[in-house]
Design a protein around this ligand. Structure first.
Ligand SMILES: NC(=O)c1ccc[n+]([C@@H]2O[C@H](COP(=O)([O-])OP(=O)(O)OC[C@H]3O[C@@H](n4cnc5c(N)ncnc54)[C@H](OP(=O)(O)O)[C@@H]3O)[C@@H](O)[C@H]2O)c1
Length: 501
């Protein structure tokens, strides 16, 4: 196809083969050329050889207590689902063998506020807090804490190190206070911030004009005073009529599941432009397009809802295409074209000079999701309650005093979250087990629930909560249900729970 285009177009006068090759080389369309550095350098110039790779900034999920039974499973799932993960651990060296190497580690102790610096919250859009006072059998445990983790057979327990007051209350309060001051609002996920752009941002956007089809339009993308400018000259000569800039494929696909769409802050010239997302990594695959109008010299907020994107292949709509997979965004593109879709004309199109300024590209979500998810415990309100027969309660309730007021301090920690101003969800699991079979979940409020639930299931629930606005500002108990139900059903049940007053 490349050679045919070169031959056909070289017959036409004004077409530039060097720009054609430059475009294909820039986007790595001709792998054999790119594998020969001398040729690549000849076509693109010296800079091309040492191009930095770029991944758009992703919202980071912070996991506190990442080395624990629930925490390590949460981390594993976040990585599988392509989240950017930071882990707060007390010893990085010790943690590597538990959670793996490829993580953004932060060493700190929640009970020591000085060890929690603002950098801990950099880019953080969600926190999953799985910390807990270290409890062990009085008789001792194995190196892997097998007696603690099994959760079925009773071993006389004791507090192993820091007190519940320090971990469950002061520690949680320290973390919550810092989160409230420093955390980003998770309703937006910054992707390209051209107000504060880096060289990497510049290097990932490249011109992709109708030169690839034989046309002579020419555009570029450059940074200028805290914004990016997409500008050039669009021409209909040689049956052309589009100019665009596209990103190379991101280093790893961007996971925008849970978001409703893309927000663009732009200032245009009255033209109608298109914005594209691609969820496969191929050069010439399906693009998901959205047209937006601009006003000359007026800054506009453009919202591009994923649900309103049109799947297109070379400007032909593809009605049978699957909907956009927002968890796999590989590239973005901005375009000015003579055509809308299926040969319909762009009603505002005028050939010639054009200019679109872009300040910011972010993902947005409409419903606000929880910012702080805490694993607390069933039973936190039960010590001292007169409406309950304490002799029928689980050991943690009966032994609350002996365990340094473990549940009482957990309740105080919960209260500091409820009072914080953050959007939160507090899960109070019943006895935790190491069961690996898939389980259904049962939720209740009022703190009388008894039962068991696996750490695997609680980790699955945490991941669901990150995308569940229906769970915001709710506290509930959770146990394995007698019948299996799926996370979709959990979402429904969560929506029926009462919001905390
Ligand atoms: N066991 C049960 O049946 C049960 C039932 C209901 C609720 N829960 C609660 O559920 C939560 C998760 O349970 P789990 O079994 O996964 O707990 P776990 O395995 O004991 O993990 C606790 C985590 O907290 C971390 N941690 C402790 N003190 C810390 C501190 N001062 N600063 C930073 N991190 C600290 C630990 O880190 P290190 O590795 O450095 O120690 C560990 O990663 C806990 O809050 C637990 O109380 C347990």
């Amino acid at each position: 196809m490349v050679l045919e285009t070169i031959f056909a177009m070289s017959q036409q006068k004004s077409w530039e083969i060097t720009r054609f090759l430059k475009t294909l080389t820039y986007f790595d369309v001709i792998p054999f050329l790119n594998n020969i550095p001398v040729i690549k350098e000849m076509i693109l110039g010296q800079e091309s050889i040492a191009q930095p790779s770029f991944s758009p900034q992703k919202g980071t999920i912070l996991v506190a207590g990442a080395t624990g039974g629930v925490g390590k499973r949460v981390v594993q799932r976040l990585q599988q689902q392509n989240y950017s993960v930071r882990v707060l651990v007390r010893s990085i060296d010790r943690s590597r063998s538990i959670v793996g190497e490829n993580l953004d580690f932060y060493e700190g102790d929640i009970t020591i506020s000085d060890s929690l610096k603002p950098e801990l919250m950099k880019n953080v859009t969600g926190i999953i807090c799985c910390t807990g006072t270290r409890i062990q059998p009085v008789e001792g445990d194995t190196e892997n804490r097998e007696k603690y983790y099994q959760g079925v057979k009773f071993y006389e327990p004791e507090v192993a190190e820091s007190t519940p007051e320090a971990v469950e209350y002061k520690g949680i309060k320290n973390l919550v206070q810092l989160a409230y001051q420093e955390m980003q609002d998770s309703s937006y996920l910054p992707i390209f911030n051209f107000r504060n752009a880096t060289e990497e941002i510049k290097s990932i956007w490249g011109a992709l004009d109708d030169v690839v089809m034989g046309g002579v339009s020419e555009s570029g993308f450059y940074l200028d005073h805290q914004k990016a400018v997409f500008s050039g000259n669009v021409s209909t000569e040689n049956n052309g009529g589009f100019a665009s800039v596209r990103t190379k494929n991101f280093e790893s696909p961007l996971n925008l599941s849970g978001y409703q769409g893309i927000y663009l802050r732009v200032k245009g010239d009255g033209n109608r432009y298109k914005f594209f997302l691609r969820c496969d990594s191929s050069w010439d695959g399906i693009g998901y397009a959205y047209s937006f109008d601009t006003q000359k010299d007026v800054w506009l907020d453009i919202y591009v809802p994923f649900a309103e994107l049109t799947p297109v292949f070379r400007a032909k709509t593809m009605n049978d295409a699957p909907p956009l997979d927002a968890s796999q965004i590989n590239s973005m593109q901005l375009m000015l074209s003579k055509f809308e879709y299926d040969k319909q004309l762009n009603p505002y199109f005028n050939p010639g000079q054009f200019r679109l300024e872009v300040e910011e590209i972010k993902a947005y979500r409409e419903g606000k999701t929880p910012q702080f998810i805490m694993i607390s415990s069933a039973g936190v309100t039960r010590p001292g309650r007169t409406d309950l027969d304490l002799s029928q309660e689980p050991p943690a309730v009966q032994m609350n005093e002996q365990l340094g007021g473990l549940l009482t301090w957990k309740l105080a920690g919960e209260n500091s979250i409820r009072e914080s101003g953050l959007r939160y969800t507090i899960i109070r699991p019943c006895a935790l087990t190491e069961e690996t079979e898939k389980e259904g979940l049962y939720f209740e409020q009022g703190d009388t629930l008894k039962g068991q639930v696996s750490r695997e299931t609680i980790a699955d629930l945490c991941l669901l909560l990150l995308k569940t606005p229906e769970a915001v500002n709710k506290t509930f108990e959770a146990a394995k249900s007698s019948e299996f139900n799926s996370p979709e059903m959990w979402r429904q049940k969560l929506s029926q729970l009462t919001t905390d007053s």
